[in-house]
Design a protein around this ligand. Structure first.
Ligand SMILES: *Cc1c(COP(=O)(O)O)cnc(C)c1O
Length: 555
């Protein structure tokens, strides 16, 4: 048997003939990793077991001591090293409540393994036919879900929600300045997104060379959605000044508050302004990276309520559906499957309503000497920014089959259930923690504490508080973040230093800080809310006590 020979290079690879010995060896290594991780699990804390001293010169020491071994390391021993990397790693137990950082589901992981077993290159179906097939399937599936015409739509898997926003901008530029790909980007192009949008567009403006000065931030309403009147005013102003609005990113599910921009209003307004000024309608990208998954409820019969959802949950989902049903109005959008799609990183899906939009991005035949544009092969993604691509569509495909629409509905409903239970308990038991996104149903709760223990949220939003007052309140919340952060191995909360930008009584504009509970683990159930709120109450009391001590000159 060649496997017994230490000098045989084939021992590092899966077999080419399906022999059971090689498979047993491979399975044994996988078993070692799975049981190794299981041994590190403790459902009553957030981190896996094991000790990691990250203080001192942790990364500097790594740099100093890391060398490639001269000789081969046995794979079982390599596994031991891998498992050590996982020591004290955050894990998605019931107390993992921090941000959109999900667990990878079993179907998601299995899909990856299936893809790795052939390791096809998704660049071209001659090299990666499985990935191409899965990609076409999942694009069609998700197109139908949002209401795109799947015979006209297109897309591909890419590097994150950020990559999708970047691609949307490339399409917007190509539509409005067809020669930009040869002559460079004109400097009078402008993009718009709300103050609550993800910073991806900021990055994209920088990377395309237009510059972030040409990114216009639109004010938000108290529910973190884009203020459509401010969008209109700012688009009009830019046009008056000689600029051309080419790109609008509508965030359909903000990362902090889960505010949802109204695509029907935005699309209508963009069309109207374009018609009045005789310009092409800006390309509208729905940044649905996070929230788009609520489209699984687009066709749910809320009256029949087959899943027997609780009335509050039903109302929440129905309100979200009211916005998500407009997703098809966007020219492009994104599903970050690595977020609510329950697949591993990186599995983001970029969708475009009209696949023709990708044409100007494509490479000419004479620019692709190695691949594509041959008599053989029918699928060549020459329009992506990547060359080689992983077939992450296979993982997405696996998750979509395993969960089905109903599975995703159940999972999201559970997250919403838990979030509602948290809000109720918080209001009842810690009234000084004020819910800062009360009008955003979903899976995220932002809460904010005030020095005098009473809510000033409404007056903050109305612009009646001074900058100093808001900054003092922010500072108190910052102390809560620090306290929650220090104890994050017990219960892992999130926070944000830019919930809403609010005007102040003395004519400034300042952000509101808020702590965050993000329901993301399938292991968090409503029955755990009591202890979570108890814990939070302790932390908040500590912060109040220590700040009273500070105020009275104590230590
Ligand atoms: C996460 C997120 C992004 C960025 O996505 P990545 O996959 O991290 O690149 C963009 N927009 C929104 C709304 C997000 O939640």
């Amino acid at each position: 048997m060649f496997m017994q020979q230490q000098t045989d290079v084939r021992k590092w690879f899966p077999s080419d003939d399906g022999n059971p010995d090689q498979r047993a060896l491979f399975l044994g290594l996988i078993e070692q990793i799975l049981s190794g991780v299981d041994n590190l699990k403790d459902p009553d804390t957030v981190n896996l077991k094991g000790i990691k001293q990250r203080d001192g010169n942790f990364y500097g020491d790594l740099v100093r001591t890391s060398e490639i071994p001269g000789k081969s390391t046995p794979m079982e021993e390599v596994n031991e090293h891998l498992l050590k990397l996982l020591h004290s790693h955050p894990y998605h137990t019931k107390y993992f409540l921090t941000n959109i950082l999900p667990m990878a589901s079993i179907p998601g992981i299995i899909g990856m393994i299936a893809a790795f077993m052939v390791n096809g290159n998704n660049l071209w179906d001659v090299y990666g036919p499985a990935g191409a097939e899965a990609e076409v399937k999942v694009i069609a599936m998700m197109s139908k879900l949002v209401g795109y015409d799947s015979s006209r739509s297109g897309g591909y898997t890419t590097w994150g929600g950020q990559g999708a926003i970047f691609t949307g901008l490339r399409l917007a530029i190509a539509k409005h300045a067809p020669h930009a790909s040869q002559t460079g980007v004109p400097q009078n192009l402008y993009a718009f997104c709300s103050e609550a949008a993800h910073y991806s567009l900021f990055k994209s403006m920088e990377a395309t060379g237009i510059g972030s000065n040409n990114l216009i931030k639109v004010r938000t309403l108290p529910d973190s959605s884009m203020d459509i009147r401010d969008l209109r005013d700012k688009m009009e102003l830019i046009i008056r000044l000689g600029g051309t609005p080419v790109y609008i990113v509508a965030t359909t599910g903000t990362t902090d508050a889960m505010g949802i921009d109204d695509l029907s209003e935005i699309s209508q307004l963009a069309g109207d302004i374009a018609a009045v000024h005789g310009i092409a309608k800006p390309h509208i990208h729905a940044d649905s990276a996070l929230g788009g998954f609520f489209a699984f409820y687009n066709d749910y019969d809320f009256a029949a309520n087959e899943l027997k959802l609780e009335p509050d949950t039903l109302n929440a989902l129905q309100a979200i559906r009211g916005r998500m049903k407009h997703l098809h109005l966007a020219d492009s959008l994104c599903f970050d499957f690595q977020k609510l799609g329950q697949t591993p990183y990186s599995t983001s899906l970029f969708l475009v309503k009209n696949a023709e939009d990708l044409k100007p991005m494509d490479l000419d035949a004479d620019e692709t000497p190695y691949v594509g544009h041959r008599g053989y092969g029918q699928y060549h993604t020459g329009y992506t920014l990547e060359c080689s691509r992983m077939a992450s569509s296979i993982s997405i495909y696996s998750a979509l089959l395993a969960f089905g629409i109903e599975g995703y509905q159940r999972l999201l409903a559970q997250f919403v259930d838990v979030n509602i239970a948290f809000r109720k308990a918080l209001t009842l038991r810690i009234p000084e923690a004020v819910i800062a996104n009360p009008n955003n149903p979903g899976i995220i709760t932002l809460f904010r504490i005030y020095p005098d223990g009473t809510s000033h949220l409404s007056s903050e939003i109305r612009g009646e508080r001074t900058r100093k007052e808001i900054e003092q309140t922010n500072e108190l919340n910052d102390r809560l973040f620090e306290s929650l952060g220090r104890h994050r191995d017990k219960i892992f909360f999130g926070d944000t230093k830019k919930h809403l930008m609010v005007p102040t009584a003395d004519s400034h504009s300042v952000p509101l800080y808020a702590a965050k509970l993000f329901v993301i683990s399938p292991y968090t159930q409503t029955e755990h809310i009591d202890e979570i709120v108890n814990y939070l109450k302790t932390r908040i009391s500590e912060v109040y006590e220590s700040s009273l001590m500070l105020a009275s000159g104590g230590k």
